[in-house]
Design a protein around this ligand. Structure first.
Ligand code: SAM
Length: 214
């Protein structure tokens, strides 16, 4: 069983929020400025952000590795769904939300077509450093010519806590995206709480970026 499968089976999903992410609400205007008809949510878990996005655009497409997360999303939100087979992946389909069940790296834009809006919260920080360039290059391959990404990272002293979530700095984001995108830091704030203080952290910065294809 891989790390994520066991985290979901053991309900170790502290990353899951019972409300819509406040940064998505606050910065959605920037993400949705050109009225994209579809939004892509990589490594989506069972986030309620999918529901919020589906009310503000025509279709939301997610991808998630763990079956339990996808099933729980539809069941807990009372959303009827069908399962289709597309390429080598299963796709859970409802009227306005579709989730591919499988590895993000096995999905490609020939299957999904391109997106002008991508939302990444707690996704890039779930990827180990050695795979982050591959993750970003793959993410960019889904981005249309006027595409935008709203991306949220966490930064902390990686010597004090093992990830995930991994620490991903402002400089790392700039270096990973700058070859074909502009990177604008929208907000940074310290969100250290009891849970992470107990793990030994003394600060936990959350950075919100708007990334645009240039
Ligand atoms: C930290 S959680 C964040 C979930 C969601 N973005 C949120 O805000 O709640 C990361 C999720 O990515 C999934 N995941 C990890 N690696 C993946 C991969 N290679 N392809 C698809 N999903 C993956 C995990 O199962 C987990 O649900």
């Amino acid at each position: 069983m891989n790390l994520w499968e066991s985290r979901w089976q053991e309900n170790r999903i502290g990353f899951h929020l019972n409300t819509v992410n406040r940064n998505l609400i606050q910065f959605s205007k920037q993400l949705l400025q050109h009225n994209p008809d579809r939004v892509f949510v990589p490594l989506c878990g069972k986030t309620l952000d999918l529901c919020w996005l589906s009310k503000n655009t025509e279709k939301v497409i997610g991808v998630e590795l763990v079956n339990k997360a996808v099933q729980n999303f539809f069941v807990e939100n009372n959303i009827p769904y069908l399962i289709e087979k597309e390429d080598n992946l299963q796709k859970f389909c409802s009227k306005s939300i579709e989730i591919y069940l499988g590895d993000f790296f096995d999905l490609n834009s020939e299957v999904t077509s391109l997106f002008n809006a991508i939302y990444d919260r707690a996704s890039i920080v779930a990827i180990e450093k050695f795979e982050r360039k591959k993750y970003v290059d793959h993410l960019i391959s889904f981005l249309g010519s006027t595409g935008r990404i709203l991306l949220i990272t966490l930064e902390y002293d990686q010597n004090k806590m093992q990830g995930p979530p991994y620490s991903v700095s402002i400089e790392e984001i700039e270096s990973l995206f700058s070859k074909c995108c502009s990177v604008k830091l929208l907000e940074s704030c310290d969100i250290l709480d009891e849970r992470f203080r107990n793990k030994g952290l003394t600060h936990l910065l959350e950075h919100v970026f708007l990334i645009e294809k240039t």
